[in-house]
Design a protein around this ligand. Structure first.
Ligand SMILES: NC(=O)c1ccc[n+]([C@@H]2O[C@H](COP(=O)([O-])OP(=O)(O)OC[C@H]3O[C@@H](n4cnc5c(N)ncnc54)[C@H](O)[C@@H]3O)[C@@H](O)[C@H]2O)c1
Length: 318
C-alpha cells in the first residue's frame, strides 16, 4: 500500500486505527482526514503527526471536490468518519444523514473516480437491531431501530448499489461496541469513568439490563488488519466479542474501581425512545481468518480509567 486515506482519523476508533496502521504499514503514506467534531481531537494523533509520511487534513467528507482531490493515488481507504452517538440522533439532526449516508456516498464516488483498490467501510452491529438469543450472521436482515443505526444501514445500501453498479472494491465491517481511551464520555464506559472520577452520580438508562458485547480497540484494529490482508472484496465481516455485559454491571464495575458505592453513585433515568435489549453478532467468518479478540473489559478498565483521570479536563461535559 503506497497511500492510505483514513477518514475520521481523529475520533475514538480512527485515532487508534491511524496509529496502528502507521506502525504496521511502515512504508505507506498516511492521509488522515477529519472534520474535528466535538468527538475528535487532533492531539490524539500527535504521536504520529510529526512523521513525514503522515499528513492531517481538516476537512469534511461532504466537500466532495476536496475529498476527490485527496483521494488521488490512494490505494486503500479506511472509512471511519461518522456521527456515532445514538442519543444525539434522536433530535432529528440532519448531520447523521449527511455525514453517514451522503458522506459515505462521497467516499465511494471519490474511490470510483480515482480507482482506489480497496475500501474498508466501518459499519456497526446495530444495523441488525436487537436479538434476545443467538447471534446475527453477516447475511441476517437489517432491522435498525434508532436514527443512528438507520443511517448506518442506509449507508450500507448505498454501498450495495455502488458494488452492483460499478464493482467498487468495498469490504464492510460490522463491529460490536468498542472500548478504549479517547472515546467521548457521552458513551457508557468513558461516561462512567468521567462521572465517577468527578465523584458524581451516573444515570443508568431504564433498568440497565440491556446487554452489550464489548470489544477492545486493539482487538478491533487487529481485526481490520486481517481483513485488509485476507478479507474478500464485496464481503461483510462481523468483528465481535464473546464478552457480554449488562449495562448496569458495567456501571458497577467502574464504580468499584473508583472505590464508590454503586447504589449511592448511580440512579435510573427514563430509557431511550427505543433501546435495543441485546446486540449479538456471530463472527466465525473472521475467526476463519485466524483472528480472535484477546481482551475483556476487566483486563483494560483500570488502564482506561487512569487515562480519563489524567485527561479529565479534555471533556467539559458528558
Ligand atoms: N464506538 C463504537 O463502539 C463503534 C462500534 C461499531 C461501529 N462503530 C463505527 O465506527 C466509526 C467511528 O466511531 P467512533 O466511535 O470512533 O466515533 P467518533 O464519534 O469518536 O469519531 C467519529 C470521527 O468522524 C469525524 N467526522 C464526523 N463527521 C465528519 C465529516 N462530515 N467529515 C469528516 N470527518 C467527520 C469526527 O470528527 C470524528 O473524528 C463510526 O462509523 C461508527 O458507526 C463504532
Amino acid at each position: 500500500m503506497n497511500k492510505i486515506l483514513i477518514t475520521g482519523g481523529c475520533g475514538f476508533i480512527g485515532s487508534h486505527l491511524s496509529e496502528f496502521i502507521f506502525k504496521k504499514y511502515k512504508k505507506s503514506q498516511i492521509l488522515i482526514l477529519d472534520k474535528i467534531t466535538y468527538a475528535a481531537k487532533k492531539k490524539y494523533i500527535s504521536n504520529i503527526l510529526s512523521h513525514k509520511r503522515v499528513k492531517f487534513i481538516k476537512d469534511d467528507i461532504l466537500n466532495f471536490k476536496n475529498l476527490n482531490n485527496y483521494t488521488k493515488n490512494v490505494d486503500l481507504i479506511l472509512h471511519v468518519a461518522a456521527e456515532s452517538h445514538v442519543d444525539n440522533s434522536y433530535n432529528l439532526k440532519d448531520n447523521f444523514i449527511m455525514t453517514n449516508v451522503l458522506g459515505t456516498k462521497n467516499v465511494l464516488e471519490a474511490a470510483k473516480q480515482n480507482n482506489v483498490k480497496k475500501i474498508i467501510h466501518v459499519s456497526t452491529d446495530e444495523v441488525y437491531g436487537e436479538i434476545y438469543n443467538a447471534s446475527f450472521k453477516e447475511n441476517s436482515p437489517f432491522n435498525p431501530s434508532n436514527p443512528y443505526s438507520s443511517s448506518k444501514a442506509a449507508a450500507e445500501m448505498i454501498i450495495n448499489g455502488y458494488i452492483h453498479s460499478y464493482n467498487i472494491p468495498v469490504i464492510i465491517v460490522r463491529a460490536n461496541n468498542i472500548f478504549g481511551t479517547r472515546q467521548h464520555p457521552e458513551k457508557l464506559i468513558p461516561g462512567c469513568c468521567w462521572t465517577f472520577i468527578k465523584r458524581k452520580k451516573f444515570p443508568i438508562h431504564g433498568n440497565g439490563n440491556q446487554k452489550r458485547s464489548f470489544l477492545f480497540i486493539d482487538d478491533f484494529c487487529s481485526g481490520i488488519e486481517k481483513i485488509i490482508k485476507l478479507g474478500k472484496i464485496h464481503q461483510i465481516y462481523n468483528i465481535g466479542s464473546p464478552f457480554e455485559y449488562r449495562n448496569k454491571d458495567v456501571v458497577k464495575l467502574i464504580s468499584e474501581i473508583n472505590n464508590l458505592d454503586f447504589k449511592k453513585y448511580s440512579y435510573h433515568v427514563k430509557d431511550r425512545p427505543f433501546n435495543d435489549f441485546r446486540y449479538s453478532i456471530n463472527y466465525s467468518k473472521l475467526k476463519k481468518l485466524k483472528w480472535k479478540p484477546k481482551f475483556r473489559l476487566e483486563d483494560k478498565i483500570i488502564e482506561i480509567n487512569d487515562w480519563y483521570k489524567k485527561n479529565i479536563n479534555i471533556y467539559k461535559k458528558r
